[in-house]
Design a binder for this molecule. Structure first.
Ligand SMILES: Nc1ncnc2c1ncn2[C@@H]1O[C@H](COP(=O)(O)OP(=O)(O)OP(=O)(O)O)[C@@H](O)[C@H]1O
Ligand SMILES: [Mg+2]
Length: 269
């Protein structure tokens, strides 16, 4: 039967890298988020799923400091924080990779990775290309990205999977604790999707807390330690790896069938 488990999957001694408590957000009469609570631990991948309009992007944007919640609290590593802007979100160790990736197509991989925080020589303000390239290669190697060899090619020439890899590596250069990925495998072919999923696994292995929004339930089942299901602005179910099947996930998303009959903590509070 359905397991609506709000507990973390393993015995965690550290506090959650990120915890949301009773977050609500309305846009006029639209209830985009209602009393949403969730947490993600270092070294854990939490998938956020739900139908169109369920509130997933609103939730990501709330953590990223683009939306300001009407009520509720956000804590990082056990300390309540105020996230009023993207700058605050980043300052608390949160990096967000949006679906459009915001890469500059005419610039190469190294330039994109260091956009806005280029390394200069201490005197003379000369750009330290070699230092940036070596740091770039290190991050790519740490994350197991082997398909990006020519770091001098414009990223506009790269494949969708490679571009996604550049965007994720760019976020990791800021040494975040939490990485938010909005639809990282959308519109990718099979091989490229696999690359990006491997990258997510690597983020987990390097102790990042990862929240990934996805409509691809196969990807979710493959990569997520836990899955939070959103419906009409509420978190209606939470599943732990190995504790659910595809049918249960689908019925939680749609509100029809087996899992829908099981209330979650989000629905009862
Ligand atoms: N800035 C906004 N102004 C008004 N309404 C908004 C705004 N942002 C989101 N909404 C509304 O909030 C609800 C949740 O939208 P959201 O984009 O979070 O859904 P989603 O789960 O990301 O959907 P999708 O899978 O289609 O991306 C929708 O009804 C949407 O129209
Ligand atoms: Mg969305």
């Amino acid at each position: 039967m359905s397991i609506l488990n709000t507990e973390p999957p393993t015995t965690q001694s550290a506090p959650p890298a990120l915890e949301l408590s009773s977050i609500s957000k309305h846009f006029g009469g639209v209830r985009a988020l209602e009393d949403v609570s969730l947490r993600v631990y270092p070294g854990e991948v939490l998938a956020l799923v739900g139908d169109n309009g369920a509130g997933k992007s609103t939730l990501i944007k709330t953590i990223a400091g683009i939306n300001i919640p009407d009520s509720g609290t956000i804590s990082c590593a056990g300390t309540e924080v105020k996230i009023d802007s993207p700058r605050h979100s980043m300052a608390h160790g949160i990096q967000t990779v949006y679906q459009d990736l915001a890469l500059c197509d005419n610039l190469d991989t190294v330039q994109n990775l260091f956009l806005g925080r280029e390394i200069y020589s201490p005197f003379g303000r000369r750009l330290q290309r070699a230092a940036m390239e070596s740091r770039a290669r290190q991050v790519l190697a740490d994350l197991g990205v082997s398909t990006l060899r020519d770091l001098s090619a414009p990223v506009g020439n790269l494949s969708g999977g490679q571009r996604q890899s550049v965007a994720i590596c760019r976020s990791v250069l800021w040494e975040p604790k939490v990485v938010l990925l909005d639809e990282p495998t959308a519109a990718l072919g099979v091989a490229q999707r696999k690359q990006v999923l491997e990258l997510i696994v690597r983020l987990r292995a390097t102790n990042h807390a990862v929240i990934v929004v996805s409509h691809d339930l196969a990807d979710v089942q493959e990569v997520a330690d836990r899955v939070a299901v959103m419906r009409l602005g509420r978190k209606v179910a939470e599943f732990t790896r190995g504790g659910y099947d595809r049918a249960q996930l689908v019925s939680a998303i749609t509100g029809l069938g087996v899992a829908a009959s099981q209330p979650s903590a989000g629905e009862t509070t």
